[in-house]
Design a protein around this ligand. Structure first.
Ligand code: FCB
Length: 482
């Protein structure tokens, strides 16, 4: 006999008062295990993880030789962040990392993506390495491995050492980054198998040097802003080469990019082709350049005289082959085929489009499927990871110490359902890292936006698992979503 579906099963149970009593008295997880739903299973060895970043969680900004990053300077500048919030203390993870590894362990994750603060390792950006800074990350890696959690290391998550002259406006910064990347990979690759060069190009280039929303808060004209973009992708490519030259052989190298994800308005052949075309052109300064080792004609034409100045050999470096692509996936753009020269148009979002607590975080769970599919079809990477996905909610800590973040569970469940579709269609998706392990310093939004699976009381640094943590633990233990 065919197993009853989950819905039939529920109906049968609901038929008897005794069964209703049984449900009410069972803990949530036990009930989930009883259900005979046809689960959406992920591939064997799928990596389940969480993500964080140094400046958002560590605090201890003046300890053990660390010097300021641009985010220290920026957040201490009046008017730049929500209520003047800074990362001075953040989650104090610098001191509490063992407790945070326990949180990971309780979730059952097999991977943890965290970033290294460049300014702890080379406090002036270049020069002599700072042993105490390195020791800290050695301790974190040891603690993870002791708990059977694989470290996935991001080398740059926006906290550029303040001391570097000109920041990303200077080409020397690309070279300094490669030196730092080579050094770290030499130190850690005996125990760290995966490195991400850079996290989200647009956030430390355009948002930092063009709109001024992020550190260092500049508003440069297009030609200069495009040059910053070029130095960023160049830094990535130089770092890939430096890691290959210094790390243990077999070390896996990629990046964590928030490529713009184009969802076809309708799933027809033409609309899907439009989404592919938009994927290339819409990501031309960053992911397209990295994957193809060239800027598209469209990008160069659009920028005209403001196009970046490229030195001989740059594009080949930028296009250095990768072992995997990491995608940070949040918000969709919807695209429609049309008869314009580009062949597509990006739709305007209606004002009623649903979103989460952050004003930029629109909800379109199919975004994660199309992120994987578009990138796979356009560039055929060997492997893909979702390196971030998650959401902010208006979490409330109840008097009895619970956070019932049903909206976050809804968001995550729907995204994982669509990610499962990508896995089941055979795209090479190897893992998923949820943003974030715990509430943290959300950049210009300070502590006003909470993305964590664990609620952080910033006065006491107490971490409390939310309902979503319980839900994620269940997903991981079953390697499946309902
Ligand atoms: C991403 C960032 C990450 C976090 C999430 C919410 O853009 O990489 O640090 O702020 O958004």
């Amino acid at each position: 006999m065919k197993k009853p579906t989950r819905r039939q099963f529920g109906k049968t149970l609901a038929g008897t008062a005794a069964a209703a009593y049984a449900i009410a008295s069972l803990p949530r997880i036990a009930f989930a295990q009883m259900a005979t739903a046809e689960l959406l299973r992920f591939p064997p060895n799928f990596v389940w993880g969480c993500s964080t970043a140094a400046y958002q969680i560590e605090g201890a900004v003046n300890e053990d030789g660390r010097k300021p990053s641009v985010w220290d300077t920026f957040s201490h500048t009046p008017g730049k962040t929500f209520q003047g919030d800074t990362g001075d203390v953040a989650d104090d993870s610098y001191h509490r990392y063992k407790e945070d590894v326990k949180l990971l362990k309780n979730l059952g994750v097999t991977g943890y993506r965290f970033s290294i603060a460049w300014a702890r390792i080379f406090p002036d950006g270049t020069g002599q390495p700072n042993q105490k800074g390195l020791d800290y990350y050695q301790r974190v890696v040891d603690e993870l491995l002791k708990n059977n959690i694989s470290p996935y290391v991001t080398l740059f998550h926006w906290d550029l050492p303040q001391a570097l002259p000109g920041g990303w406006q200077s080409r020397d910064t690309s070279k300094a980054f490669a030196d730092y990347a080579g050094f770290i990979s030499k130190q850690l690759s005996d125990r760290v198998g995966h490195f991400f060069t850079i996290n989200e190009f647009t956030c430390f280039t355009d948002l930092s040097y063009k709109t001024g929303k992020f550190a260092p808060g500049l508003k440069l004209p297009d030609a200069q802003a495009n040059q910053v973009r070029h130095h960023a992708v160049l830094a990535h490519g130089m770092a890939v080469q430096a890691i290959r030259a210094n790390a243990k052989s077999g070390t896996q190298i990629g990046l964590a990019e928030n490529a713009t994800v184009y969802v076809p308005v309708i799933e027809t052949h033409d609309q899907i082709a439009a989404a592919r075309a938009a994927t290339r052109e819409g990501n031309a300064p960053f992911l397209t350049a990295v994957m193809e080792g060239k800027y598209t004609d469209g990008y160069l034409q659009r920028e005209g005289a403001n196009a970046p100045k490229v030195e001989p050999g740059d594009m080949k470096i930028i296009g250095s082959p990768l072992d995997f692509v990491g995608l940070n996936v949040y918000t969709p753009e919807y695209v429609r085929a049309d008869s314009s020269p580009a062949g597509y148009v990006v739709e305007k979002r209606p004002s009623s489009f649903p979103r989460m607590a952050s004003d930029w975080l629109y909800i379109g769970p199919e975004v994660i499927y199309w992120a994987v599919r578009n990138v796979s079809e356009v560039w055929k990477p060997r492997a893909l990871y979702i390196t971030e996905n998650g959401c902010s909610s208006d979490d409330v800590l109840t008097a009895d110490g619970h956070i019932e973040d049903t909206d976050r569970v809804m968001y995550l469940r729907n995204h994982l359902t669509h990610l499962h579709r990508a896995a089941s269609e055979g795209y090479p998706i190897k893992g998923y890292f949820l943003w974030s392990l715990l509430d943290n310093f959300e950049w210009a939004d300070g502590y006003s936006k909470r993305f964590g699976l664990h609620y952080v009381d910033y006065k006491t640094q107490t971490r409390t698992p939310k309902l979503s943590a319980e839900w994620y633990r269940d997903v991981i233990s079953r390697n499946a979503v309902e």
